[in-house]
Design a protein around this ligand. Sequence first.
Ligand SMILES: Cc1cc2nc3c(=O)[nH]c(=O)nc-3n(C[C@H](O)[C@H](O)[C@H](O)COP(=O)(O)O)c2cc1C
Length: 251
Amino acid sequence: MKENITIKTIKERRAIRDYETSKDVPDELIYEIIEAGGYAPSAENQQPWRVIVVRDKKLQKFIGQIAVERTIELFGRATPREEIERRLSYIQAKPSLERTIDILVTGKRFEYIKGKPEDNGAPVLLVLAVDQTHVGNSQPTLRGTGGVYGWSSPRHAVIAGSMMMQNMTLAASSMGIGSCVSSVQLDHFDDVGAVSEKLGIPYPHWVPILCLTLGYPKFARTLGPPRQPPEEIAFKDKWGKPFPARRRNHE
Ligand SMILES: Cc1cc2nc3c(=O)[nH]c(=O)nc-3n(C[C@H](O)[C@H](O)[C@H](O)COP(=O)(O)O)c2cc1C
């Protein structure tokens, strides 16, 4: 049976956290990635997203430093070591496991967001913001119902923005460009305000929700955290009732 190229791209995309710093990602490719992002579905085709392409090293450093500090707080202080080990248990080689835990608890794992050319930094950082208030719509040509339903519109914007982000990661991966979605620098209320101010995002109307580093991977990475198979995550008709389908027999 012929391999499905879309499914192959989906399965082979990995979160890349080490970049080849001597190789830039040209703006034309970033354009294509963002364009593919914009083909994501959105409620009423509202397209409630904006992307800031951050190439400025000072800005990358500012945003990356927040990620480093929040990670030290989260994994260095708040998460017990056994829990970190459990989450990383797919890494079988002991030295790799130890190294991963070390860079996690010290925050070094997120140095790449600072775009450090002398190290493993990503040349490009995208910041995705979504429209949280559109009473009508972010697009003057369309009229949305967000204002009528109140809360649903901001929620839809986050959902649509997430789908847009996934399109961008897959488009990048299909071009051999590595990426990593990150939220750690935007998980804390104060950080969202600080990043918005630095980038001139009209917060809280527009809210940055996710970042995406882009660059050529330093190491080929195929091993990722394991996925739960459909028989563990899908039910038939009712929650808890097994969905009995089995994998097709690929010839
Ligand atoms: C909403 C969201 C937030 C994420 N935040 C971070 C983050 O802050 N830092 C990070 O290194 N990875 C982050 N990731 C990436 C995940 O850790 C990664 O996708 C996951 O472990 C699966 O690995 P894989 O993408 O290589 O398959 C995030 C992913 C998503 C979807």
